[in-house]
Design a protein around this ligand. Structure first.
Ligand code: ATP
Length: 308
């Protein structure tokens, strides 16, 4: 569906996108993550055909987005960061109007139902809440029955329950076999929805893969953490664990690819001492943990030498 190699974009002397390679297959949900200014919107807008690139080869639905046709546009649905609609239209009228722009649109009422706006079908769009408005944006992007959907921060400003509902809607896009390119600042959202994510930092992809396989083995390792029991010192810990432990005050964190042997050793140690392991937690790092480590490691990329 999408193939880009060596994609670059400069604004004057500033190179915002610095050589990106991306492949997205049909039916995939692909998320682009990264800190503010990393180049996500620039990349997505080049793929959407809204921004010219400075260099690189790009093919979207078999065409170069710099030379797209009306037929290409009809196969692509876009939810922009902000969307302004004619306020006097009702939800159904707005969706029907957009449906009229496409040769083979989806059924209007079915599309309204898909985004959970049946109860608001006859309400004016100006009366919708922020979250309902965003659902309408998704309905408008869907009504043309596109093969490929671009969703730029689709749940920004949603309350937590609206976000969960939106995830259901976005999840149903996968069931419809749509290919989705998503940008988001919510790691939970990427974890819940994306088959693959790419993390952009300073215009380059610094990690790419399924959300639960991102990062190196140390970044993905399970963390065992606990508070040192009263009277215990980090130096008292079994030598093998002490060597790997990160100690912050009396809080100890031990990364372990397989946590069972470490837990076994640790509980024996605590039992022998007649102490517990207060605040014991065994947790696999979330996408957010891995993201923060990667973003941190690449925070100075623009200032220093070009990375290899
Ligand atoms: P955010 O998470 O804040 O939306 P982003 O990853 O989408 O950020 P972009 O909007 O692609 O980032 O911007 C990447 C860099 O390019 C930023 O440093 C931004 O200031 C710069 N930039 C973006 N658009 C322009 C423009 N039209 N002219 C000059 N610089 C721009």
């Amino acid at each position: 569906m999408i193939s880009a190699t060596g994609l670059r974009k400069s604004y004057g002397d500033f190179e915002a996108v610095r050589g990106i390679d991306v492949e997205v297959c049909a039916g995939e949900v692909f998320a682009l993550l990264g800190p503010n200014g990393a180049g996500k919107t620039t990349t997505v807008e080049i793929l959407e055909g809204y921004r010219p690139r400075s260099a690189g080869e790009v093919s979207v639905l078999g065409s170069d987005p710099a030379e797209i046709t009306r037929r290409w546009r009809e196969r692509v649905g876009i939810v922009l960061q902000e969307c302004r609609l004619t306020p006097e239209l009702t939800v159904r009228e707005a969706v029907a109007r957009y449906a009229g722009y496409y040769p083979g649109p989806r059924d209007v009422d079915e599309t309204v139902a898909l985004v959970g706006l049946e109860a608001k079908a006859d309400a004016r769009t100006s009366r919708l809440s922020g979250g309902q408005q965003r659902r309408l944006d998704v309905a408008l992007a869907l009504v043309g029955d596109p093969e490929l959907l671009f969703l730029d921060e689709p749940t920004t400003g949603f309350d937590p329950s609206a976000r969960r509902q939106a995830w259901e809607v976005l999840g149903s896009l996968r069931d419809l076999g749509k290919t989705v390119i998503l940008t988001t600042h919510y790691m939970e959202e990427a974890q819940a929805l994306a088959d693959r994510v790419a993390i952009l930092a300073a215009g380059r992809i610094v990690a790419e893969g399924p959300p639960d396989q991102l990062g190196d083995s140390e970044q993905r390792a399970t963390r065992i953490s606990f508070t040192l029991p009263p009277g215990a010192d980090a130096a008292d810990l079994p030598a093998g664990l002490r060597a790997r432990a990160r100690i912050d005050g009396d809080r100890v964190s031990i990364p372990a690819e397989d946590p069972l042997p470490a837990l076994d050793e640790l509980t024996s140690w605590a039992t022998t001492r007649g102490a517990g392991l207060p605040g014991l937690e065994v947790r696999r790092p979330s996408l957010e943990d891995v993201y923060l480590e990667l973003a941190d490691a690449h925070a100075g990329d623009r200032d220093g030498e070009e990375p290899a």
